[in-house]
Design a protein around this ligand. Structure first.
Ligand code: FMN
Length: 329
């Protein structure tokens, strides 16, 4: 039997499949199901800074007392946050009791405010690591990209200062120079980079003339996005690399390991194909490794990255020129 063990953000994992943060990782019943089907670690559903702030604002609209009493406002603010925090801490504690695999807590941050203190509480509750999902939408015409990038670093520094467990940073692909940003984040002594988070995208209903949500699940073709950036940055950063977005089957997982990923994180495929897909992916990995006489993952990890491949220029290619020249349409 091939050896699937891998190291990710300082954790020793039995295989490279991690359950990504999603509603599937928000209760113990589903977490156990994921473990039973073979994942090596779980990232819990994120606690959302935005959601708690919105909840607070809605309560403000409902209650007139807030207009007159600052003390009450402070109290209510504290109560609401505490309720969300308590629920999340309970989830960490329950997950730790129910599972034998590592449990990673997840915080969705948009600012470096007091929310960074959450991390300390999650560490105390027993989390094996923290994943920060940071996405600051670059929609403000008065904010430069440098200012936005500094905000990311501020959040990371505050959380890193608060905890001693491993911290992973999950980012989106929208940076002017993503490779430079990865290097900048890596310098903050983080344990892993997760490429990439998938953000909610608005769509339109042209009959009702309304704004709707686009598909929340990724497509199996989407994996080429993390593949390029992992292949280009393999061994250029010190931290672990997780591939997230579009990993739906075993072949895609193998490709991302060949690009240099330490683990893949999966969400959509579990919703679409059921948790049994995890086992199928592991079987495919075993079959492929046996066929290629590979005993462990380190024997092939990064073999097709820009560092190790004979043709690194392929990762720098952005136009389809060659593909279309001479091709009949
Ligand atoms: C229903 C659903 C809920 C999600 N919730 C979260 C979340 O709370 N926090 C987070 O960081 N990512 C969340 N994600 C994003 C996933 O963790 C993952 O990064 C993304 O879906 C890409 O991976 P996939 O192609 O395997 O789905 C969610 C995804 C789905 C489909």
């Amino acid at each position: 039997m091939a050896d699937f063990t891998t190291q990710y953000m300082g954790l020793y994992l039995k295989n490279p499949i991690v359950a990504a943060s999603s509603s599937y990782t928000s209760d113990v019943k589903h977490l156990k199901e994921l473990e039973k089907n073979g994942v090596s670690a779980v990232v819990l559903k994120s606690i959302f800074e935005e959601e708690i702030l919105n909840g607070f604002n809605e309560s403000l609209d409902l209650d007139d007392r807030f207009n007159s009493s600052l003390e009450f406002l402070d109290y209510y603010d504290y109560e609401l946050k505490q309720e969300s925090l308590d629920k999340y801490i309970q989830l960490i504690e329950d997950a730790k009791k129910a599972l034998t695999i590592p449990v990673i807590a997840s915080i969705n941050c948009i600012s470096a405010q007091e929310w960074t203190e959450f991390a300390k509480k999650f560490e105390k509750a027993g989390a094996d690591g923290i994943e920060l999902n940071i996405f600051i939408l670059p929609s403000d015409t008065k904010k430069s990209s440098v200012e936005i990038e500094e905000e990311y670093i501020k959040i990371i520094r505050k959380v890193k200062k608060a905890v001693s467990i491993p911290v992973a940073i999950k980012i989106g692909p929208y940076f002017t120079n993503i490779s430079e940003m990865m290097a900048k984040i890596d310098k903050e002594d983080i344990s892993a980079l997760v490429l990439f988070n998938r953000s909610y995208s608005p769509d339109f209903d042209i009959d009702k003339l309304e704004i709707t949500s686009s598909n929340i699940y990724s497509s199996p073709e989407d994996y080429t996005l993390p593949l390029r950036w992992i292949a280009l940055n393999y061994k250029k950063v010190n931290c672990s690399l997780a591939a997230s977005t579009g990993v739906h089957d075993g072949d895609t997982m193998i490709k991302l390991l060949l690009a240099g990923a330490d683990v893949v994180q999966i969400a959509s495929t579990v919703f679409i194909n059921g948790p049994e897909q995890i086992n199928k992916m592991l079987k495919r990995l075993e079959e492929w490794m046996n066929k290629n006489n590979l005993l462990n993952i380190d024997q092939f990890r990064g073999e097709l990255s820009s560092k190790d491949t004979r043709n690194p220029a392929e990762f720098e290619r952005v136009q389809f020129m060659k593909y279309f020249s001479g091709k009949k349409i």
